[in-house]
Design a protein around this ligand. Sequence first.
Ligand code: SF4
Length: 358
Amino acid sequence: MKYLTEYRDRHATERLAEKIRTVVTQPWVLMEVCGGQTHSIVKNALEQLLPASVQLVHGPGCPVCVTAAEILDQAIALAQRPDVILCSFGDMLRVPGSQQSLQAVKATGADVRMLYSPMDALAIARANPQRKVVFLAVGFETTGPATALALAQARQWRLNNFFVLLSHFLVPPAISTIVEGLNNRVQGFLAPGHVCAVTGIEPYQQLVARYRVPMVITGFEPVDILQGILCCVAQLERGEARVENPYRRVANDQGNARAQSLVNDVFEVSDQHWRGIGSIANSGLRLSPSYQMFNAVALLDTALPAASPSECISGDILQGIKKPKQCPHFGHRCRPEHPLGAPMVSSEGACAAYFNYQ
Ligand code: SF4
């Protein structure tokens, strides 16, 4: 059965690639927004199935890549306190801050724990009432509801030793920044299907109305990505710009109303700093006033200095201006075992995808 499914997928992939070659008459540059899509494209060598005139560039949708070095510095400062247990997702432990990583301070004795869900951090807090448990919460619209759920639960349980260090991002304002950038060359977007499963497609309709660029809601399997590319280039060839959703089996147009309501209750929209890109207005989440008692920043004694500039050119990579192999450090000074920048660490990072699969 497994082989039959693989055979069908390969057949569908080849048919879609053939259709794309038939439709395309001129050069187009498309951006896949999500790092998961980037990995699928590079791992399955999908670019080699496309006509040379269709270029894919990689977007900012990797939460580990865009979390600011300053947030990591704050997490490291908290982790070094003996009364703190610092918890986060696995990839975050290896990302360099301005000086070192959470993994490095763990090796010196700090209590840094990897977890798979924010709810695990609540369990650790309940089991360690004498310690402060700080969850470094990162992600896009997809992980926001899980962090919100943990916070709502912590409030219901009246936990007073659970805190969050927030680094949550919103995708549409980052797309605006890319389209408005002086160096922008992206003409159509493969929008992140899993994000739309939460938010619905309305934020992307607003982007289309504002910028007149096609937005195709796209999944992660090779057939999903080629279907997204086909829809996108077909729109461009016809001179159209609209939201198209061929990923309806996962993302309906309205999104998940319960998740949206939970996020709106716990968070409010704020400006956010994106690593390598800079500050983007209204592109992040902060705790709403009724959840401020869980704010881990209040535990920090003093403000930390701003992180110094890095040699990593992740900002150009994440905005589709350059590709990983155009970075002078790629594969030399920067490798997964000693990364200079976050895109070489994350399982969704573009540099890691090129290093591992090409
Ligand atoms: S190869 Fe390394 S230094 Fe260069 S952009 Fe990627 S992560 Fe940054």
